[in-house]
Design a protein around this ligand. Sequence first.
Ligand code: NAP
Length: 321
Amino acid sequence: MELNLKKINTEDNNENKTEKMIIIGAGPAGLSAALYAARAELSPLVFTGMSLGGQASLTHTIENYPGFPTGVGGAELGELFQKQAERFGARFEFDNVTEVDFSKKPFLIKTYSKEYKAETVIISSGASPNYLGVPGEKELTGKGVSYCGTCDGWFFKEKDIVVIGGGDSALEEGIFLTRFAKSVTIIHRRDQLRAGKILQTRAFDHPKISFIWDTVVEKINGNTAVENVLIKNVKTGEERIFPTDGVFVFVGHTPNTDMFKGQLEMDANGYLQVDTKMQTKISGVYAAGEVMDASFKQVVTSAGWGAAAAIQATRYLESQE
Ligand code: NAP
C-alpha cells in the first residue's frame, strides 16, 4: 500500500492535542455527523473547506428535504445544520485538509497551516462538478461558462443560454435560470432524461425551456464572452453552430477522494468503499455522503449517512476506552 505521507512534517499543532473526532467536509453528511458527535460530547472538529453546506448550498431551493413543506434555501439549510451542531459543541475551522496519514494512530490530518491528530475521522468531502472537457470550456469559464445557476444566473438577465445535461441538476438549474434568461435550451446527449418526473414535467411545461435531443457540445466559441456552441447530433452526425450567451454545464460529479488514494479503498470511479456501518478498511476512519455514494446523492441520504458514521465512530471510541 502506497502512503501519502511525503509532505507531512512532524510539527504538531499548537496544543499538541489529539482530537476525539475530525470531520473532513461540511455538506449535509459532515454537518449531520457533527451534530451526532457533538451530542455524544465528542466536541468534533469540522474542516469546512472554503464553503459550508456542500453542493446543497449552491441550490436555490431544496424541495425534498423532509420537514420543510414549502422548501428551504440550500445555503440556509447548511447554516441551520451548522447552528444545530454548534449548539452541542461542534467546532468549525474554515480550512482545507490537504493531506492525511491513516497508517498509524492517532491519525494525522494536515491543513494548509497546521497539523492535527485524531482518534477517529469522518470523511465527508463530497464531490465536485464534472467538466465537459471540450475546447473553449476552460478559457471561457467565468466568461459565460458556468457550473452554478444559483451563483451566476443573475448575469444572464434577458439572455439566451444553454444547459448541458439531462439529470436532476440540469433540469433543476435550467428551471431556476428561467427567472433571468430570455430562453433556456437544454442540450442532452440522449432522447430521454435521467431527471425525476416532477422536474421533467416542469421543464416540458415551461414556456422558456426547449430541448435539443441526441446532441453533444463539441466546442464552445467566443473571445471575451461565449458567442456560440458547436453541437453535433450523435444519431445523424450533423454538426451546426448554435448561438448562445451562456453555457451551464451539469454533467455529473466526481468524488473528492484524491487525497485518500493509496490509503483507502475506492471503486473505479473514485468513490470510497465502506461497510454497512460506514467504516472504511481502517478502523476509526469512516466515510459518509457523496464521497461514498454513487447511487442516491440526496441531502436526506447524505445526512443519514453522516449520522450513522458518527454513531459508529462513537461506538468505536467507547470500545477503545
Ligand atoms: P447525473 O444524475 O449523473 O446526470 C448527469 C447528466 O449529464 C446525465 O443526463 C448524463 O447523460 C449527462 N452527461 C454526463 N456526461 C456527459 C457528457 N460528457 N456530455 C454530455 N452529457 C453528459 O448528475 P446530476 O444531475 O448532477 O445529479 C447528481 C445526483 O444528485 C443525482 O443522483 C441526482 O438525483 C441528485 N440531485 C437531486 C436533485 C433533487 O432531488 N432535486 C437535484 C440535483 C441533483 P446520460 O443521462 O446520458 O447519462
